[in-house]
Ligand binder design. Structure first.
Ligand SMILES: Nc1nc2c(ncn2[C@@H]2O[C@H](COP(=O)(O)OP(=O)(O)O)[C@@H](O)[C@H]2O)c(=O)[nH]1
Ligand SMILES: [Mg+2]
Length: 248
């Protein structure tokens, strides 16, 4: 039985999609379904995904968007598709596999062991004995950004932007995905803000009980990121808008 459906947003990933690694994973993990969302790619990404589906039609599927709509919308539409399937958990994962696929069962285990949790996020904490590899510039800008977001939300979240997240399928979670996101990249923050708005007055307290950050053992920044400097500016503006819209 499929336990988790994982949405993988893809936009022009023909150079980066590690097909061999996906195949290995699909061979060993019968209870995880991968739902690729091709976000209007123009480079043959769709054909590459179809190859994977022909190879293992029960392990993965494809949802094609008619034009490029951005990661947030690709993830949201993928999640809406995933909710139609009969499975306990759904989530999303970056196509470049910066977070290794074998973390998916680990995150499932966290949700299984803690019935009160609704979300579990991969968290890139640099500790001795771990392999969290990011350029110094990305690490420090990321830390400043993450700290600002934590202050803004009023919860001790360490890393909102890791592209490895799982949710327990529930009406609360389904509700969070109904409306398109306003943020282009920081929709992860918008998801948390939507949850907090739904929780009402003691949202900060409740959020700590419902969301769990799972420190990763391994995370590698994969070359070919589509994030540009202007996206960081856009991200900062989007965070302010989220605060204004959801947390007043
Ligand atoms: N759907 C969609 N996904 C995108 C877009 N840009 C990036 N992604 C996906 O978002 C994930 C992370 O992208 P990446 O460029 O590696 O960003 P970074 O890891 O945050 O630097 C990957 O799965 C990409 O395919 C886009 O315009 N649309
Ligand atoms: Mg990446």
């Amino acid at each position: 039985m499929t336990e988790a459906t994982i949405v993988i947003p893809c936009y022009n990933e023909v150079e980066r999609l590690p097909v061999g690694t996906f195949k290995e994973f699909l061979t060993s993990s019968a209870n995880v379904h991968l739902l690729f969302v091709d976000d209007g790619s123009t480079d043959g990404t769709e054909a590459l995904i179809r190859e994977l589906i022909d190879w293992r039609p029960d392990g993965c599927s494809l949802h094609v968007l008619p034009r490029n709509m951005g990661k947030a919308e690709a993830v949201r539409r993928g999640c809406l598709e995933a909710f139609k399937a009969d499975c306990e958990f759904t989530g999303f994962w970056d196509a470049d596999l910066a977070t290794p696929l074998d973390v998916i069962p680990q995150l499932c285990q966290v949700l299984r062991d803690n019935p009160a949790l609704v979300m579990v996020f991969g968290s890139r904490v640099r500790l001795l004995g771990r392999e969290i590899e990011r350029s110094a510039v990305r690490h420090y800008t990321g830390r400043v950004f993450a700290t600002a977001v934590s202050l803004m939300l009023g919860i001790p979240v360490y890393d909102t932007q890791c592209g490895a997240k799982l949710f327990r399928r529930s009406s609360v979670v389904e509700q969070l995905m109904q409306e398109p996101f306003n943020a282009r990249w920081v929709f992860d923050v918008e998801i948390i803000a939507r949850l907090m708005r739904a929780l009402g007055s003691d949202a900060a307290e409740r959020a700590r009980e419902l969301i769990y950050e799972y420190p990763l053992h391994e995370w590698r920044d994969v070359a070919g990121s589509k994030l540009r400097l202007r996206d960081f500016v856009r991200a900062a503006v989007d965070v302010l808008k989220i605060r204004w819209r959801y947390l007043r």
